[in-house]
Ligand binder design. Structure first.
Ligand SMILES: N[C@@H](CCC(=O)N[C@@H](CS)C(=O)NCC(=O)O)C(=O)O
Length: 243
């Protein structure tokens, strides 16, 4: 029995939803609403004591952190379509991309996302209500991030993140030219494609049109469009909140 606790099908949630649907693995979807801070409710903390989504529960055992979850799916469901190359060196290349994306790209995009999304949510609460919500957050660094989003991140920080995103877009554009496509590592669609799309590639047109456009990264935009037509990815991206 597999249950995924998640929020909207972008960024972290989208990354695992895309892998599950691409592999055709059946799972139960449980929506955790970050707008109402459900991720820090006692009920959800009993599932994931870190108070973060997504979290996968497989036969009663929790697995967290998107890249760990996605590789776990590769190992635990070997009879499903693979998203990790078999050849050790190519798998290492995929993991290098994933590390770069997780450590740098995700962090940079996340600051912009929090500035626009989380900041608005946080400012919707009175000081007192906000402090009560902060007191429930188990990870200290997430308390710091919520407070920073409420106050607004310094422009210098936002500029630095934009610079990181621009570098990543250029790096992926060059990789697509070098690999010859259609995917980051060539012929095989892998977890690295899912990772970059979920955190950055899919958000370029809406979040960063000046960084990612037809002039700066035509190969990347075509690659993103190809991802959106894959049945598994399309199904994941269409995930809706329960009525
Ligand atoms: N390293 C984690 C990051 C997870 C993460 O940042 N989750 C966000 C949602 S996109 C979250 O739960 N934020 C809510 C909070 O911290 O209050 C992963 O890869 O799963």
């Amino acid at each position: 029995m597999l249950t995924l606790y998640h929020y909207v099908p972008v960024a972290n949630g989208g990354k695992v939803l895309m892998a599950l649907h691409e592999k055709g693995i059946a799972f139960d979807s449980r929506w955790i609403d970050l707008h109402t801070f459900q991720q820090h409710s006692p009920e959800y903390l009993a599932v994931n004591p870190e108070g973060q989504v997504p979290a996968l529960v497989h036969d009663g055992v929790i697995i967290t952190h998107t890249s760990v979850i996605n590789e776990y799916l590769e190992d635990a469901f070997p009879d499903t379509p693979p998203l990790r190359p078999e050849e050790p060196l190519v798998a290492a290349r995929m993991r290098q991309w994933n590390k770069y994306i997780d450590d740098y790209v995700m962090q940079a995009v996340s600051i912009h996302g929090w500035q626009n999304g989380a900041g608005k949510i946080a400012r919707g609460y009175s000081d007192e209500a906000f402090e009560a919500l902060m007191a429930r957050i188990p990870l200290k660094q997430q308390q710091v991030k919520w407070r920073a989003a409420r106050a607004g991140f310094p422009q210098e920080k936002l500029d630095e993140c934009s610079q990181t995103i621009a570098e990543a877009v250029a790096k992926v554009e060059a990789q697509l030219a070098e690999s010859g496509g259609p995917w980051l590592l060539g012929e095989m669609f892998t977890l690295a494609d899912i990772n970059f799309y979920a955190y950055c590639g899919g958000a370029l047109a809406t979040m960063f049109p000046r960084i990612g456009n037809r002039e700066t990264c035509p190969l990347l935009l075509d690659w993103a469009a190809r991802i959106e037509t894959r049945p598994g990815c399309a199904r994941a991206l269409a995930t809706k909140a329960p009525a």
